[in-house]
Design a binder for this molecule. Sequence first.
Ligand SMILES: *Cc1c(COP(=O)(O)O)cnc(C)c1O
Length: 358
Amino acid sequence: MPRDNDQYIVEIMSFNLNNITRENVKGLSPYSSARDEYVSDGSTMVFLDANENPFENGVNRYPDPQQRGLKAILAEQKGIKEENILLGNGSDEVLDLLFRAFCEPKQDNIITLPPTYGMYKVLSGINMVENKEVLLTNDFQPNVSEIKNTIDEHTKLLFICSPNNPTGNSFSTQNIEELLNSFNGLVVIDEAYIDFSSEESWTSKLSEYPNLIVTQTLSKAYGMAGIRLGICIASAEIIAVINKIKPPYNVNQLTQEKATSRVLDTASVKNEVSQILAERIKVEETLKTVSFVERIYPTDANFILAKVDDATLRYEQLLAQGVVVRNRTTQPLCENTLRFTVGSATENKTLAKALKMI
Ligand SMILES: *Cc1c(COP(=O)(O)O)cnc(C)c1O
């Protein structure tokens, strides 16, 4: 039977959100809090609906469960809609919500690409979801054919961290596109370090890929690790599913306020990022002069992975000098590597001195 091309495309790429959402989540309606049922239009009202203490101190009221003010700013800055955003108590909460929305314990599985961010594995353990690991290639790129071979009918999430922690590099656009096109589960692209990179964010491709989820954070470039604010960006349909299971007040009032003023201060963020990038070059120059540094890997992030002669020895020696770096030697493909976060100019000078002493 002849068929037109559109139909064929629908057949090979048959992502269906309903098929991958957990049964119990499909039937849920989100907890409706007092602050959900009455949305203030700015007029003066007397709030006797939430059993709060009426004495004003700045935080005596429950926060907006949908963080509308903050989302409106983020949506505008990122060129997306508010309905494409879910905010969490750090991206770690966002990632956990993905497991709980889409992965059936003891039945489904996820794919991660070590060496990578450790939380994916931790969360798979907590949620009793099998973690299938497909090592990166020797040049730290996704092994696309091996990933495709590993995908089965129970694979729900594929975690792609780009720029990748701890290797620092970005994954090739072609590799990621191939995975987005061939996987009927959700492709989660963790862009925690995107603001240090010259690569474009995958958020610009949202309309092309119904199975794409991008996570970002205020913990790195935005300098707000202490307030815990993670960002999940996806289709309105995916966001609606996650919204059903998120705790109503998962982003507290102080975080919403701090985050709002920080994201509005684009000049400061930009300025700090460019200083960090300038310092990154200096740290690279320093590392190049160190005799026991054997290799410095290219980086798109605010850290540098370097291979040394004996990572554990050098780690201990740096500690003794008062400098804490991350020893990544136990990670696959990372034998005898140390990960150096780029600090302030002063901190980086201290690092340089410590390396010289050793
Ligand atoms: C640091 C980091 C995060 C940030 O997590 P938060 O919970 O938002 O602080 C997320 N992903 C990766 C890969 C990271 O390195």
